[in-house]
Each structure stands twice: as C-alpha cells, then as structure tokens.
Design a protein around this ligand. Structure first.
Ligand code: FE2
Ligand code: FE2
Length: 431
C-alpha cells in the first residue's frame, strides 16, 4: 500500500517509493529504496523535499493512528472516479496530476521572426565551432594526447544558452548532418539534447554545464574504432563488434588521463550504452547501479543516432524515433524518456494526451509543420466520466481544441496501454 507522508514523518525501516519535486533537488535521485541509514534519513529530512510516498507493503508503515487515507493500493490509484470506460474494464480510476506537470517547465520567450533569424545564425556558428573543437579533440585523442576540456567549456555554455532561448533551433540544425560529419556533430547534438533534458528535469544550472560537457565527450573512445568499421554499410562481424563495444572503456581511459573532467562525464562516457535490463555494454550493469546521468545519456545518444543519416540506415522522423524508443522494453528509463519526449515538444503516435476540453485522446499522426500539434483521436470524456464517440482532430488546424498535457496511461488505470492503444489506433470507431 502506498502512502504519501510529510518528510518529517519519515522513519527508518520505511520503503521510499518516490519523492516529490525535481529529481535534482533531493539527494537520492534513485528514489525507490529501503531507508535503513540514519544519515540518509537526516539528509532527506533536511532537503527541500516536502513529501515522500512510502510503500507499506515493502517496509515499515506509518502509525495506524495517523489520519491519512492511503492514496494508492497495489500500485493502482484509489477508486475516486469509478465509471468504466468500456466493457473490458478499462477505467480511468482517478484523476492524478499529470506527471509532466510535476516538473518545472522552462518558459521560453516568443521570438519575433527577426530575433529567430538572428538566433539561427548564432546557433549555426556555435555548431560550426563545436564541430571543429570536437574534431580537434578526437584528433588529440587519436594521437594519444589528453582531452582539453577547458577549451570546450565555452562551447557547452553557448550550446546551453541557445537551448535556453529555443531548443528547437540548435537541435534542428544539429540533426542535419552528413554521414561524414556524423561522429562529430553527434557529440554536439547529444550535448544539446542532454542540456535540454537536464533543464526540463530541473537540474541546477551549475550541473547543467557538466551534463552538457558529458554529452560532448561521451564518444571520445570512438577514436579507437577504425573508419572502415564506423562507416561499414553492412552488418558487423563479431570481431568488429568487439572493437565497437570497447569504445566506452577506451573513452573512459582517455578522459581519466585528462585534467578537469567531471565525474559525470567519466561515468556517462563509460556507461552510455548500458541498458535498464542489464544487457548493455561494456559492463552489463543492472538498472539499480545506473545513475540518472547515464540513463539520460542512453536516451539522448540513441535518439540522435536513429534520427540521423548513417551509413547503414536512413533516419527516422522525430516522432517515429520516439515511438520506437518507447516500444523497446528494458532499454531506457521510461520516466526519463517521457521527460525527454516532453523536452522536445514532440508527441509520438500512440501517446495518451489530455485535451483542453477535458477529453482523453491518443496521438494518431504527426503534423510535420508542428510536432507539438498532432492529429489525435479523442475517446473518453473526463467530464462525463465515460467513453465517447471517437473523433479525429487535427489540433494544428482546430481553433478550439488543443493538447493540454501528456498523460501516463497507468495513472488513468490503463494498465495494458499497448493493447488498448493498438485498438484505438486501428479503429476510428469503438467496437
Ligand atoms: Fe557510444
Ligand atoms: Fe554516441
């Protein structure tokens, strides 16, 4: 049984399921754990976290006299709005806050066409300089020299500034890379994606620089992979795979021998190909030992790789890539992936959304002119508390109907969202 309690009521032996607020504000970003250490307890109590949710089935409960109703049971929301959506017992059983609304959203100033053009010019210059710097860094590493992170720091700052003004500008330019410049611009793109994601997740400004730098340096070990393997159009043989799988360790060796490299950069370099189910490389590290930075880097790295032109495949659209990444079970931290999707303002097909007129809908198509205004199929009225006639809406063209937020299916009681979404996508009318 899950129970939300003020941090002041937390005690040893309780199982912490989640903590309120930005992940970067509290000392334990990996918030599901059994609280056994007095020092840990003190750190949480004295942090900015006001409330935590404990799982009383996995640890000590709150005293029975405490007059607080449980907010959830067995991982499902309590029955506050029990009207069934359909005969197949799919029911939004509560109205939780959107997960994404828990996270601070950066407020972007709307740019005039002239301001935007100036920003595009600035971002192009930043990318050009960053690409040259990464090429030099790779060359240094190839020659056995150490990496000079100090010279890269101003570039991370410029990338970060551009992301702060409007992330779509620099991310769109960084996506347009030829096969030859992939390795270098990939580093720049991962840097920008990491900065954007970190900001979305509420990371402190000082840490955002380190996170961005980690993105820029993450693939420095690729200098150990011959071009013939990097640009091979066909499948790699086992020997070639061994060389590829060695690049995180090689990069870590290079960065360890260099001065001024942060722990975040070292870790991201070594672990960015690890997976949540423990099948990644080089260490097959289980999820419990993968840091928040590693999890962020795995997402940014793959997203840029599959949306870029490579020698062995053609790029996916942003929406296709995100839909694909959501379908790979065991690879990514799904919660961070949802943050990532929100940080890009892209809504992939199959996403559950809430519309401004309090209807739930599923994204059925993208609008290439505006990824944040997709074509959706509404299917449930929150006001009426029942399923409604399905209707397809192009939110970019509609004057009155807009997407309000991305919703977590589980929080609405849609525990088998993959089956349900497949049915919603394939049938314009309910059967
Ligand atoms: Fe890599
Ligand atoms: Fe990479």
């Amino acid at each position: 049984m899950l129970r939300k309690i003020p941090t002041s009521q937390l005690g040893l032996g309780m199982f912490v399921e989640s903590m309120e607020g930005s992940w970067f504000k509290h000392p334990f970003w990996r918030s599901r754990f059994l609280l056994t250490d007095q020092e840990q307890l003190q750190q949480i109590v004295s942090s900015d976290v006001a409330h935590v949710t404990i799982d009383e089935s996995r640890g000590q409960g709150l005293a029975i006299s405490a007059e607080r109703a449980p907010i959830m049971q067995s991982g499902k929301a309590s029955v506050r709005s029990p009207k069934p959506i359909a005969a197949k017992a799919r029911s939004p059983v509560a109205r939780p806050r959107s997960y994404l609304r828990d996270v601070a959203k950066p407020t972007l100033k709307k740019l005039s066409p002239r301001e935007r053009a100036a920003e595009v010019r600035k971002a192009s210059g930043t990318i050009k300089r960053s690409k040259a710097a990464v090429m030099n860094m790779f060359e240094d590493a190839r020659l056995g020299n150490s990496v000079k992170s100090k010279t890269m720091a101003p570039l991370v700052e410029q990338i970060s500034k551009s992301v702060n003004i409007d992330p779509t500008i620099i991310l769109n330019i960084a996506r347009l890379k030829t096969k030859d410049e992939y390795t270098y611009l990939h580093s720049v793109a991962v840097c920008a994606l990491m900065v954007n994601l970190a900001r979305k997740m509420g990371a402190p400004e000082a840490q955002i620089q380190d996170i961005g730098m980690a993105g820029l340096l993450h693939d420095v070990g690729k200098t150990s992979i011959p071009d013939s393997i990097l640009s091979k159009p066909g499948k790699l043989d086992e020997k070639e795979w061994v060389t590829v799988r060695n690049h995180p360790q090689r990069g870590h060796d290079i960065l360890s021998a260099s001065e001024g490299i942060s722990d975040i950069a070292l870790e991201v370099c070594l672990r960015h190909h690890e997976k949540m189910d423990g099948t990644g490389y080089p260490g097959k590290i289980p999820a419990g030992n993968l840091s928040i930075f590693t999890r962020m880097s795995a997402i940014c790295d793959v997203y840029d790789a599959i949306t870029s032109q490579r020698s062995y495949n053609s790029p996916l659209s942003a929406s296709q890539a995100l839909a694909k990444m959501q379908s790979w079970s065991g690879h990514f931290d799904q919660l961070i992936l949802r943050n990532f999707i929100d940080s890009l303002g892209i809504l992939p097909v199959g996403t559950l959304v809430r519309l401004n007129d309090d209807e739930l809908a599923i994204v059925i198509g993208e609008s290439p002119k505006d990824y944040s205004a997709p074509i959706v199929r509404s299917f449930y009225s929150l006001d009426k508390g029942c399923e409604i006639t399905r209707k397809d809406i192009d939110t970019r063209r509609s004057r009155s109907r807009k997407v309000l937020s991305v919703e977590e299916p589980e929080k609405w009681g849609f525990s088998d969202w993959s089956t349900m979404s497949a049915e919603l996508l394939s049938k314009p009318t309910a059967s």
